[in-house]
Ligand binder design. Sequence first.
Ligand code: F6P
Length: 358
Amino acid sequence: MRVGMLTSGGDCQSLNATMRGVAKALYKMYEDVEIVGFEDGYKGLMYADYKIMKPSDFSGILTKGGTILGTSRQPFKLMRTPDENGLDKVEAMKHTYRKLKLECLVVLGGNGSQKTANLLRQEGLNIVSLPKTIDNDLWGTDITFGFQSAINVATNAIDCIHTTAASHGRVFIVEVMGHKVGWLTLYAGIAGGADIILLPEIPYDINVVISALRERTRQGKRFSILAVAEGAISKEDAGLTKKELKEKKKSGLVYPSVAYELGAKITEMTGQEVRVTVPGHMQRGGEPSPYDRVLATRLGAEAAKLIQNKKYGYMVAVKNNEIAEVPLEEVAGRLKTVDPNCAMIQEAKMVGISFGDE
Ligand code: F6P
């Protein structure tokens, strides 16, 4: 039996650990299983760039960050657009799958990759997918692998900032990844003891942010730390159309990111010294956390079980601390965002964290 495997989209810390889980379980279930590893995500499937993996390829990779198969972003919206040589990408992927006589394809990916996985399912391929992303924004699962490890890195960044912020009596903004959602910022912000947390799901009022900073100064606190999601948006900007937002950006100063724009505004309104730190892709690097290693192993083993049961068209997920499976058609195209009224945010507000909204 031949099983295809690929990692797609932005990398994260426990991709290798998850592939190892799938592979080890499959090698134990079947003596004759051959795993075909596609290089650089769906690109490898399109252009038949693959290698036949050996059991030893999956040894010693539990703690290794990144992905041994390589990855790439293949935007879903371009899947139906032929490549520069006129190649029909979907037909090419189906052709490789059939030529290699694969029993199924295991896809480790985030939102866009799950959409493509669902498209391939609709085209008749046997798919099992796994929920990868530091953003934790996949519908149908309580948690994605990579998320916990990224929280560790982002929290560590905020921890490091604390000492220098306190010494200098400065305002510090730490910009946290997460694409359009605030999960990573919310967890790292609380874990790192941020005073203000700004999320895309709760458009902030600059005047509320400034009052929170002034209140800290009034209380004799010499420094403040803001954890700001890369997708955070002000109330004012949230009220604009996409076109108006574009125009506004064009007419003003172009900042490299939301954190710098906010920093300039804070200095302008308070005269306080502000510094911005962007840990960026560090948040996706390094070793997976112990939690993620366990999660990866469990998800991987359960993916192998789905293959054993020939139960295709599902993403392996976590629901209420149990491993579950969700139909791919339910996952594809849906984003899991932070509920602004959730208990966690209410509790964070109770201990004095401002979300810039009240
Ligand atoms: O989806 C993971 C993520 O790290 C997001 O948090 C971030 O917005 C994006 O990927 C960055 O993408 P790239 O690696 O293409 O710069």
